[in-house]
Design a protein around this ligand. Sequence first.
Ligand SMILES: [Zn+2]
Length: 294
Amino acid sequence: MSDLPLLGSHLPMSAPGYFAIACELAKTLGEDTFMFYTGAPQNSVRADIAKMRIEEGMKILDAVGISPSSLVIHAPYIVNPASRRKEENFQFAIAFLKQELARANAFGVKNIVVHPGSHLGDGEDYALDCLADAIDAILEGDQTDVAICLETMAGKGKEVGTSFDFYASLFPRLSRPERVGLCLDTCHLNDAGYDLTHFDEVLAELDFKIGLQKVKVVHLNDSKFERGSHKDRHENIGYGTIGFDVLSKIYRNPNLKGVPFVLETPWIDDVMPYQQEIEMLRSGVYVPSWRESL
Ligand SMILES: [Zn+2]
């Protein structure tokens, strides 16, 4: 095994193959971890966990030496725990994420990535209060050891969680901060204004304000737009404004060694780009125009 961190991608998990097919796909693509949604990313309809072919998937993972604890679940991005303008939506986000913790636990997954949400015009301070209340409610009485990993966001619309300062203000408000971590998304960091060409300085700021041990997952994506654009449009590795060299260095940063890296880069028509991206990132060697030969 190499000394590099675990590397995989977002993989689809839908009926009828569910988890078994996602695991099979990870094996085929040579991934050593992966991320999945427990249903569609854009809605909160979820099949019964008993239908998700977990045991079959576990056998496949076992055969290729992937530990389910390294896998990542991404919560659907429509739940908004950062606002209680509509109290029923806020309560729904809490109830859904509570169930998502139980689902993650059934898969043996230890990290759920959650978008912090949108303040809907009420400002970041209000969002901080809502988010802290939501997380406390989600974790109240929870007996699992699944971590909620809040993602760093690009700042599209009224999105919160676009700065380390936001999370530095959030953590001290939580009743169970030990159950909450961060997911760094390189596209979002870039779009939020962080200069990834000086990534050690970015990590030093994060360490000072929050603590590096809070980083549980990295989403490794290039960006279609320039730094500070607040757009959030992922690009294939090497085709965006961040570029291969910077992303490869981030993947090799010794301070992130124990953290799973997950690609969420766009498919090329109907073809997944992950195998090529993973090979280049592992070797550290960029293949110019690799996308043309897919
Ligand atoms: Zn995300």
